[in-house]
Design a protein around this ligand. Structure first.
Ligand code: P6P
Length: 337
């Protein structure tokens, strides 16, 4: 049986292997791991304590907020505020960013953007949910409080990104730009332990993941591509929790699509704290992530905090195939019927 490698040990070893490391990112990743353990404890007993159900509020994107959303949001903010390594936070649950006053004399240089509990509509029915996070360097003068431009990073500027999936087991998957690794929480010792080293996404897979209920609301080329997946006898798997749908694809191959619709003409999913971090992880595992204009997600220039985008993400051969499909269908209208 191979020796247990905890998340903390792995992060510290990675820091030592990087001559330029200063330990700040290490501290930040460990703090996110602590927050994930705290959130996990509550997610696992959500059915037993009064944190199920809606608390009546709605978030910056107008989504109804579940109590566990707010609990997860509060815990992540608390852990990051106390870390001393973070100078600003942006969350799906907060209209604006939150400057963090440095607890110590150090001038923290990282901002953290997150969706504290993605897929929260699934909480009451005991379906997997997840936390998604993205870590970027601030752009403004470290002596001053952060401002909006410190958060509007292209995905390629991320320093680290990842997610925690609270499912049959709780797994943290993250990248700092040198590959992707997964850590499974061992409740008996309260540690995330290395369980999936150097994750690589299969070049193609048997799954496609899209909300088929919106089929008639997608653009023609998207509908034709979904028909193509069906003709290939691919299997449709759609949980309605982006983290869970993409976690499957990361390990088994496949493609996830959330195209633009009439209700969401620019797509539903958020660029900064959902699509960019998941695109970073998937690209580092050998996959691809584009929008329905066929632009690389990680090259998109954000202009606002809660900006949405359409996304197609997953196995590289399948994303390439989808691109060719769209180019063919959207090239000449006469071919579209
Ligand atoms: P729909 C969850 O609310 C979420 O933000 C993602 O996790 C998920 O992929 C998507 O929305 C589901 O949206 O419109 O299919 O219910």
């Amino acid at each position: 049986m191979s020796r247990i490698v905890t998340l903390d040990e792995f992060i510290i070893r990675s820091e030592k292997a990087n001559v330029d490391a200063t330990g700040e990112l290490t501290g930040l990743l460990r703090d996110i791991g602590v927050a994930a353990k705290i959130v996990n404890r509550e997610v696992n007993k959500a059915g037993l304590v009064n944190i199920l159900g809606v608390d009546g509020a709605s978030n910056a994107s107008g989504d109804e907020v579940q109590k566990l959303d707010m609990y997860a949001n509060d815990k992540l903010i608390e852990c990051l505020q106390n870390s001393g390594e973070c100078c600003g936070i942006a969350s799906e649950e907060n209209e604006s960013f939150l400057p963090i006053k440095a607890l110590s004399t150090k001038n923290a240089k990282y901002v953290v953007l997150f969706d504290p509990l993605d897929g929260s509509s699934n909480i009451d029915v005991n379906v997997s949910v997840g936390t998604i996070f993205s870590i970027c360097r601030r752009k403004s003068n470290v002596k001053k409080s952060v401002d909006l431009k410190d958060f509007l990073h292209k995905g390629v500027e991320q320093v680290a990104a990842g997610y925690v999936i609270y499912g049959t087991s709780t797994i943290m998957v993250y990248t700092t730009g040198n590959g992707v690794n997964g850590f499974t929480l061992d409740p008996s010792i309260g540690e995330f332990c290395l369980s999936h080293r150097d994750i690589k996404i299969p070049a193609r897979g048997q799954y496609y993941s899209v909300n088929q209920g919106y089929y008639l609301k997608f653009d023609l080329e998207m509908r034709r591509y979904i028909d193509y997946c069906s003709d290939l006898n691919l299997r449709l798997r759609y949980i309605g929790s982006m983290v869970s749908d993409i976690h499957r694809i990361l390990f088994q191959g496949g493609i996830f699509l959330y195209p633009n619709t009439r209700k969401y003409p620019h797509g539903k999913l958020r660029l900064l704290y959902e699509c960019n971090p998941l695109a970073f992880v998937v690209e580092q595992a050998g996959g691809k992530a584009i929008n329905t204009k066929l632009e690389r997600i990680m090259e998109m220039q954000p202009v606002e905090l809660h900006q949405r985008t359409a996304i197609v993400i997953g196995s590289p051969d399948m994303v390439d195939e989808m691109k060719e499909f769209v180019e063919r269908y959207s090239a000449s209208p006469s071919q579209q019927f």
